[in-house]
Structure formats: C-alpha cells, structure tokens
Ligand binder design. Structure first.
Ligand SMILES: [Zn+2]
Length: 440
C-alpha cells in the first residue's frame, strides 16, 4: 500500500527544552519559511522549507498532500494537563470558593453522567471545543461512573486523539449518588484499564478526586493500581485552597502534610500529576521534584475560585515538571491562549514574569513532559506524532492593530496569549490529517 505523506509549509516553531527565565536560544527552533514532512501520521522531517525540499525524494514530494500555510505560525498541538469534561456545563457558575463550588455546582452536574447519552453528548461537545481551541491532548477527569469513561474514550478513539482519562474514585464526603466503594472502584478500574488503556492513543489515568473524598483504603487501592503496570498514569488535586488543606490535615492527622498523604499511599512518581499545587512547603516541593511528580498550573481556575497564586518560577526552579491547564469548569476558558495570558498575570504577582517563549513551551512540550508523553508528542522531532496547529495571529481587529508593523515572533506570541482566543486557531491537524478548520 502506498504511504501517505504531507508537506506542510509555514512559520514553524517548536521547543526542544524549557527556555527558562532567560529564553535560552538553543531551547527552540524557528523557521519563518519552514516546513514539516509527515509520513503515516508521524514527523519525518522538519526545517527551512527550501532545505527540506532539496533533501526530500522527488517522487515522494510529488505524491504528497500539500498544505501551504505560508505566513501563519505552525506549532505542536497544545496540551491541557488538567480538566474535567463533565464540568463543561458549570463553567462560569457564580461565586464561592472551592468546597462550596463542588457541592453547589459540580456534584449535581456530575450526577447526570450515569446516563451514557448525556456522557456521550458532553464528551463530543468537549472534544469539539478542545480541537477548536487547538488543544490536541488533555488529561481529563471523568466522573465516578464507568459510563463516563466509556463515553469519553470512545469519542477520543474515533477521532484518533492522544488522550488520558479515568473514573473518579470517591468513597466518602460526597453525595450518595456520586460515591463508589473500594470494591466497586477496583472492579470498575480494572475493567476500564483492560478496555481502554493502551488502545490506539489512549491511556488510563487512575483518578482519586482528591484526598478528602477517598478513604485511606481507597487511596491504598489507587496506589496498588498505579503500581500494577509500568505505564499507568495518576491524576488528582493537591493544595488548592486553605480550607481544603486544613480539612486534609484533620482527616489524615498522621501525615506530615498534604503531599505526604499521597506519598503514604504510593501515589507519587513518574506519570503522576496533581492540579493546583499552590500552597506547598519547601519540603513538599523537594519531594515532588525528587519523585518526578508533576504539577498542573491552572491560573484561570485559581483566580476564579480565589484559591491563590501558583509560583511557576519557583516550581520550575525546583526542577518540578509543570504543565499548563484550563481546569474547566473551575477554569473559565477552554483556551490555552487565554490560560497562558492568565499564567502571565499570576507570574507578575511573584514579580517573575512568564516570558512568551516559556509560556508557549508550557502549552506544548512542557505539557507533554508533565504528562510523560513527550516520547510521542510535544514537538516536531522525527518520529513524533504529527498533531499540530496553524495559528492566525491577525484573527481579530485588536490583534491586527496591535501587530501592525510589529510582526516579529516574540511580539506575536505575546500578543496572542494576551489578546487571542479561538479565532487564532486557523486549523488543527491530528496525525497529519486536518480535522478542524475555522469557519471563516
Ligand atoms: Zn480540577
């Protein structure tokens, strides 16, 4: 059978490592007239257009599908490292802080996901929104119901997406209709892992909601599941809100701090990621770093719920893997562009402003590294899966005016993260195929 090839031309930017606070010049590659050569959904080559064309077999080029996006930016698909698809409908719900917000809005909304039709319709909506916003991989919470995982995984599989999700584990301090048990959680997780983990581009993530809603016995089960295979993931929440931290202390009096609860149950290490991580001690930061446990930085959610200001520069300086996250529906937008803008504002509170290059690193390769998926996605090195986005930096009158005669790379990246939105996402490609194009 003939191989499928694509040649994609445009302003190509990708990252090789964290640019740090000084924008290290060797941390990224940028070709103003660049190209990607894609074979069977994977990056075969990337570089300046003229050079790439000259070194590519002519017959191969003649048979390739051509996408000419000259003048537009081409970046790897963005990675949202923490979000909740069942909360798509409670985004923008007024008032209160974390624990009230969960009781008033989130739990009632999640109860509906026992119904496979509601779960499927919401998963379709959620994935449509992600792709329209240029997000091609996400670490996603489902609900306590196994049906919610089947719906999400099915929808992601049909679209050939690289996605993570898991059934929420929650056996106390939640409404009765949202509680599981140790036994039912074990049965459901084992079944769901067998059905979905490693199928096509899908991975299962063991998902205790957070320490207060699981008994010690259930957290022990979560740790045992994580250890049961070498490639399972873990996602949960950590140190988001001061009342939550005090509650954890009262529920687990023998643990030194919040992170120690997860450490105690074997839930730290590679492929584990915790949302928020705002109010951490130096000892907790050091343990996250040592264990390879990643943090998901959720700035719009943290501002919306008044939770606090994650110190990205400090976490990255402690060698912690950090990804950026919308935390929909505590977060206020599906847009990783707007999330980068909020991250910049939060970094200003600490007087260590997040540079545009570092923000775009976080949204692409940084997110892939935080999820330990960078062997597959995150940049355009040969062999990587060809999920990429095409960005139109002049998509709104405000951006057009702002960038007039100032269209260099750094200005463009920064203006898009402050002024940009879904209109900037011109096209989204998955494994080389164009699967979303802006309407106008
Ligand atoms: Zn969350």
């Amino acid at each position: 059978m003939q191989q499928r090839h694509q040649l994609v031309r445009g302003r190509v930017l990708h990252f090789l490592r964290d640019p740090g606070e000084q924008d290290a010049a060797d941390s990224f590659q940028y070709w103003p007239d660049g190209a990607l050569l894609i074979s069977e959904g994977r990056i075969a080559d990337a570089g300046p257009y003229a050079e790439l064309k000259a070194r590519t077999n002519e017959a191969l080029l003649a048979g390739a599908e051509i996408f000419d996006y000259s003048g537009k930016l081409i970046l790897p698909g963005m990675v949202d490292t923490h979000c909740h698809y069942p909360q798509s409908g409670v985004i923008a719900s007024f008032g209160r802080q974390l624990l009230d917000w969960l009781n008033d809005y989130t739990f009632p909304a999640e109860a509906a996901f026992r119904d496979p039709e509601i779960a499927s319709a919401t998963a379709e909506y959620f994935l449509d929104r992600l792709l329209a916003h240029g997000t091609t991989t996400a670490s996603v919470f489902s609900t306590v119901h196994r049906e919610s995982v089947d719906a999400f995984m099915g929808s992601a599989q049909r679209r050939k997406l690289r996605m993570l999700t898991g059934k929420v584990m929650m056996d106390r301090n939640a409404p009765e209709n949202l509680r599981d048990t140790v036994a039912s959680a074990e049965r459901d997780c084992v079944d769901l892992i067998a059905r979905w983990h490693g199928k096509d581009r899908l991975r299962y993530s063991i998902t205790p909601r957070f320490a207060p809603t699981s008994t010690a016995a259930q957290l022990t089960l979560a740790g045992e599941l994580y250890a049961s295979r070498p490639d399972l993931h873990v996602q949960s929440h950590l140190s988001e809100n001061l009342d939550e931290i005090a509650w954890v202390k009262s529920l687990f009096p023998d643990c030194r701090d919040y992170l120690d609860v997860y450490a105690h149950h074997g839930l730290l290490g590679p492929r584990t990621i915790y949302g928020h991580c705002i109010h951490l001690s130096q000892a907790e930061l050091a343990l996250m770093s040592r264990s390879g446990t990643a943090a998901a930085f959720c700035p719009s959610s943290n501002l919306f719920l008044g939770s606090g200001f994650f110190n990205h520069a400090e976490a990255a300086g402690s060698d912690i893997r950090v990804g950026l996250a919308t935390d929909v529906g505590g977060g206020t937008s599906f847009s990783m562009l707007q999330t980068m803008g909020e991250a910049y504002k939060v970094s200003q509170v600490h007087q260590r402003p997040l540079s545009p290059l570092r923000a775009w690193f976080l949204a692409t390769l940084g997110g892939a590294q935080a999820l330990y998926l960078d062997e597959f996605i995150g940049n355009f090195l040969p062999g990587k899966e060809a999920d990429f986005i095409v960005l139109d930096a002049h998509a709104s009158p405000e951006l057009e005016f702002r960038l007039r005669n100032r269209d260099n790379l750094i200005e463009t990246l920064f203006a898009m993260m402050i002024l940009g939105d879904e209109r900037c996402i011109h096209t989204t490609h998955i494994l080389g195929e164009r699967i979303h194009a802006r309407m106008c």
